[in-house]
Design a protein around this ligand. Structure first.
Ligand SMILES: N[C@@H](CCC(=O)N[C@@H](CS)C(=O)NCC(=O)O)C(=O)O
Length: 204
């Protein structure tokens, strides 16, 4: 068995969980909930960085970083589904992947901030990240027409789907108004079984 450490609300862990399900690896990968962001959590003895996702391979070696974990899981059966496309599309996949990660990374900083006790939250950070998310969602309303966003499931789509799915966790992340194409796109990806089965719990 492989062991995947997650937290139910983590969008990065969700990306790895979606790949587990898409690759039909759920009987080979045990999911374990890690106690993150807690002083002296026993999880730090498993993964000293304390982050999720974290994958323990069958040989006992641990892997960090959702992209590395997804690539490892995708290659386990020798027929990867999520490798980069070739030719010009490779740069497009890298460009769009960076754009999706940029939205997700900013939302994670925002989420971390609003999870703190009120007297420890920084209104400046929250404002900065709210504005960044607004700009990035506008960009995505245009980029969503790209052929890579419409074809077969790929890592860019998974990352963007997990970023937009954070609306369930952060009440103030209201991206739908004025973005009809994104709403339509998200409506389709969000009903895939791998997305439905990993939906984050409602949050702040
Ligand atoms: N770049 C990393 C980001 C992982 C990450 O930031 N995970 C957060 C949860 S969303 C975490 O584990 N936070 C716990 C901590 O920072 O101690 C990836 O893609 O896996």
């Amino acid at each position: 068995m492989l062991k995947l450490y997650i937290s139910p609300g983590s969008p990065y862990a969700r990306i790895a969980r979606i790949v587990v399900l898409e690759k039909k690896l759920d009987e080979r990968v045990e999911i374990s909930i890690a106690r993150t962001r807690t002083t002296d959590s026993p999880y730090y003895r498993v993964n000293p960085s304390g982050r999720v996702p974290y994958l323990i391979r069958e040989d006992g070696v641990g892997l960090e970083e959702s992209a590395v974990i997804c690539r490892y899981l995708d290659h386990l059966d020798g027929t990867p589904d999520f490798d980069l496309p070739t030719g010009d599309q490779e740069w497009e996949a890298l460009r769009l992947g960076a754009l999706a990660s940029s939205l997700l990374d900013g939302l994670s900083v925002w989420g971390r901030e609003v999870s703190r006790p009120l007297n420890e939250q920084s209104p400046t950070v929250i404002r900065h990240e709210t504005d960044r998310a607004t700009r990035m969602v506008d960009v995505w309303e245009t980029e969503i027409d790209h052929s890579l966003m419409r074809g077969k499931l790929n890592p860019v789509q998974i990352t963007l789907g997990c970023a937009l799915g954070l609306e369930r966790r952060y009440r103030d992340f209201r991206w739908r108004d004025g973005h009809p194409k994104l709403v339509d796109w998200f409506g389709q990806i969000d009903t895939r079984p791998s997305f439905a089965m990993t939906a984050p719990p409602a949050g702040h």
